[in-house]
Design a binder for this molecule. Structure first.
Ligand code: HEC
Ligand code: HEC
Length: 371
């Protein structure tokens, strides 16, 4: 009798050990601390922007480290199939390489995935600026019926509770392993707030390395700022303030209609404000990393930068809210008639805005080793 009990115990232990091993092998993670820059750090997009004092760096690092794991975890979608990282891929500047991304049930998103790059500290997020708080932002893809399908995000903490690899991450970040929705969204917000491209050849040039850009690229820069007035919308602000300095080329917080279509199939900003004058306008996108974030525009209609330049050169439509900069004296759409040589120079310049450090930095990579 004793023997049988002992034997059953051993069998039971082996079964438990085996199932534990199986679980671990599908969810083992390797996390890397984020080590945020040792400069006062601003939360991106938070309406109560705070400057983080050095004594808080460690805890902020731990919150962002947790956020990294959450960002790449498929358990954040209702059927465990899609993570934030599925549509925001590090190797291509946290964008997606398709016009419309595929959600948890194979349905397509309405718009082109935006490259995550929080260098601009712009409070307005998404193509139509519908969100102004980076911590609240995650609730939108999480609950979106096409993207991740968690129709009631309040159920998410209970869904994640059985995942033991979160215990230590929550303890490090918040002092105990209690999972709450607020902690989840703050952690993801902190992670994406640390994704900022500052290490580009364009920055190196502006910081004094005059050999960082070629003559053709510098010519492209001057065409961008003067001859073709691209910088009127794709403004260069933040010089000196942002690490790397020298200008951002991110969209201002302005929304513009650049004459993609004579009639609107997507009202863009207008659907948010309800103002007819905002119809067909979209946020001026950040051009950092643009050379690797194809396809382009809110609907991903252009496959290459060459196609984008062709639009400005001779494809601008007379749409209702076409921006005045793109109209002639009689109110019609202009053709910039960009020569082939100028086009190549503009593209060469745009290529200097790629941050190869950010797209290969292990701190931002997928921490899951799925085997
Ligand atoms: C199924 C694909 C998909 C998933 C999953 C997804 N996103 Fe997105 N994301 C998009 C698309 C598409 C947009 C642009 C939508 C728009 O502007 O209307 C976007 C926009 C964004 C932006 C705005 C960037 C800016 O500069 O305005 C951020 C930040 C972002 N997503 C973060 C996340 C986070 C965090 C998650 C996970 C909680 C996530 N996304 C999950 C497709 C996805
Ligand atoms: C009137 C303001 C304005 C001017 C001038 C302008 N842009 Fe844009 N640009 C925008 C807006 C707004 C978008 C996004 C439009 C959309 O998707 O509906 C955009 C999109 C782009 C994109 C695609 C970015 C992406 O991630 O999809 C590139 C590249 C670009 N512009 C480059 C240029 C260049 C080069 C010039 C000058 C030849 C220029 N722009 C002039 C406002 C402007």
């Amino acid at each position: 009798m004793k023997k049988t009990i002992l034997l059953s115990c051993i069998v039971l232990l082996v079964v438990i050990a085996y199932s534990c091993k199986k679980n671990n092998s599908t969810t083992s993670i390797s996390t890397v601390a984020l080590n945020l820059p040792q400069t006062p750090y601003m939360y991106y997009g938070d309406s109560n922007a705070i400057t983080v004092m050095p004594q808080y760096y460690d805890s902020l690092n731990n919150v962002a480290t947790l956020g990294r794991v959450l960002f790449y975890d498929g358990h954040l979608s209702v059927n465990n199939s899609i993570s934030c990282g599925s549509c925001h891929k590090q190797a291509i500047g946290f964008s997606d390489n398709v016009a419309l991304s595929t959600g948890f049930q194979g349905q397509l998103t309405k718009r082109n995935s935006l490259a995550i790059n929080t260098i601009n500290e712009s409070p307005l997020l998404f193509w139509d600026g519908r969100e102004d708080n980076v911590n609240n932002l995650s609730l939108r893809p999480l609950s979106n019926h096409v993207e991740m399908g968690i129709s009631d995000p309040a159920t998410l903490p209970a869904k994640l509770a059985p995942l033991t690899y979160y215990n230590q991450l929550f303890i490090n970040a918040y002092g105990d392993k209690n999972i709450t929705l607020d902690r989840i969204t703050t952690a993801i917000g902190s992670f994406i707030s640390s994704i900022r491209s500052t290490n580009t050849r364009f920055d190196a040039y502006n910081l004094g390395n005059k050999s960082a850009m070629t003559a053709q690229e510098l010519h492209g820069f001057s065409l961008f700022t003067s001859k073709y007035n691209c910088a009127t919308c794709h403004t260069s602000t933040g010089g000196g303030v942002v690490p790397g300095g020298g200008g951002g080329f991110y969209g201002s917080e302005s929304f513009k209609d650049i004459g993609l279509d004579p009639n609107y199939s997507d009202l863009g900003r207008g659907a948010i404000t309800g103002l007819a004058s905002d119809n067909g306008t979209f946020i001026v996108p950040n051009l950092r990393n643009v050379a690797i974030t194809a396809p382009y525009m809110h609907d991903g209609r252009y496959k290459t930068l060459s196609d984008v330049i062709d639009h400005y050169s001779h494809g601008i439509a007379n749409s209702q809210n076409l921006d005045p900069i793109l109209k002639d004296a009689s109110g019609n759409a202009i053709s910039m008639n960009i020569t082939d040589e100028d086009k190549q120079a503009l593209i060469a310049f745009l290529n200097t805005l790629t941050d190869y450090t950010m797209i290969t930095d292990p701190k931002f990579s997928n921490p899951f080793n799925i085997n």
